[in-house]
Write a protein that binds this ligand. Structure first.
Ligand SMILES: *Cc1c(COP(=O)(O)O)cnc(C)c1O
Length: 350
């Protein structure tokens, strides 16, 4: 605390990102990055932007990228809002669409940035418990609220909610915005983007950080009715007109133009996820069914904290949350075959 701080800063409880250790040779399975690099076409596109043009501001609307994403998802550019990573998009959503004087709803076990945005903008929230099997029950989201948000697949559980149940939540909340955070949707789920023309209260957020291997480029977006998009543009243009730089705009566009690379990376992650799941089950783990690029698993005898520590001693980093209901679990990002083999070997010896 300092006398120079605005009083609100005192009360902020910031998000704690998974660590980015400086050590080399780590098997880094803690922040759900893609083990495969970005498409070579992304690198080329970024390199082509490294020229005198950098003295100019980028396109504040990111029109060319929005056109590319719109064509890809068979929607219109007016239904897309771009941001500096989906975290920034989510922040603008909380500010622009969730301040109605009623608590917003999200699962008790979910992305831990949501309560942080609530703290930043002074938004009340109500945690909706997941079921015993860590699933979202749509019935629980049929209560008065100021908005609804959940990841699908959920994080850190990896559990996926079928679209028909997402629709149930949308239909039950016609006067509130329902945000589906699809950071992990490309690893086996079906996107709710196909529902935006049917539900004007639906906002879908996606990121290029996970399935498109571009966590370092910081590009995310939201898809929804143009009225919702306009709210986000108003907030954005009151905050930072140029959230995406020239390199990010070019790289992101190229990522959408290399479907073959994208498919190959997703398929690689999915097949490894199924293999690692089966092996861990053989070692006495309960592994929640995952449609993400990570698994959430607990061992029948060994505490999560002990396992995380034992892995770390061998240079393998996974995520352990010291939180109610999930302190026995490890969240393990699916890596390359070699990384996963190292993980398995170490877990066997533990
Ligand atoms: C990774 C993640 C994000 C943020 O992604 P960025 O685009 O890198 O900011 C958002 N939501 C969930 C659930 C995530 O896991």
């Amino acid at each position: 605390m300092s006398k120079f701080w605005s009083p609100l800063v005192n009360d902020l409880v910031p998000y704690v990102p998974g660590e980015q250790p400086k050590m080399a040779n780590l098997v880094k399975l803690n922040t759900n990055e893609n083990p495969f690099g970005p498409s070579p076409k992304v690198i080329e596109a970024i390199q082509a932007e490294l020229n005198d043009g950098l003295r100019l501001y980028p396109d504040p609307e990111g029109e060319s990228l929005r056109e590319t994403i719109a064509a890809y998802h068979k929607i219109t550019p007016e239904q897309i809002f771009l941001g500096n990573g989906s975290d920034e998009v989510l922040a603008h959503i909380f500010f622009g669409l969730f301040q109605h004087g009623e608590p917003i709803l999200f699962p008790d076990i979910t992305y831990s940035f949501y309560p942080v945005y609530c703290g930043l903008y002074n938004i009340e929230s109500k945690k909706v418990p997941l079921t015993e099997s860590f699933e979202i029950n749509p019935e629980d989201f049929k209560q008065p609220n100021g908005g609804v948000i959940f990841p699908n697949p959920n994080a850190p559980t990896g559990r996926y909610l079928e679209l028909q149940y997402v629709e149930e939540i949308l239909a039950a909340n016609p006067n509130r915005v329902v945000v589906v955070d699809e950071a992990y949707i490309d690893f086996g789920g079906e996107s709710a983007i196909t529902l935006v023309d049917k539900y004007p209260n639906l906002l879908v957020s996606q990121t290029l950080s996970k399935a498109r291997s571009l966590a370092g480029l910081r590009v995310g977006f939201a898809v929804g009715h143009p009225d919702l998009i306009e709210a986000l543009n108003r907030v954005k243009n009151s905050f930072n007109s140029y959230p995406l730089d020239r390199l990010a705009l070019a790289g992101a566009k190229a990522a959408y133009e290399d479907e073959a690379w994208f498919r190959k990376c997703c398929d690689g992650v999915i097949s490894e996820r199924e293999r690692v799941t089966a092996v861990l089950e053989g070692l006495g783990f309960e592994v929640l069914p995952s449609k993400a690029n990570f698994i959430f698993a607990r061992h029948k005898e060994q505490p999560g904290e002990v396992l995380a520590k034992g892995l770390r001693e061998q240079g393998i980093i996974v995520r352990h949350f010291n939180k109610p209901r999930i302190s026995e679990f490890l969240r393990i990002t699916i890596g390359t075959v070699e990384q996963n083999d190292a993980l398995i070997a170490r877990l066997e010896s533990l």
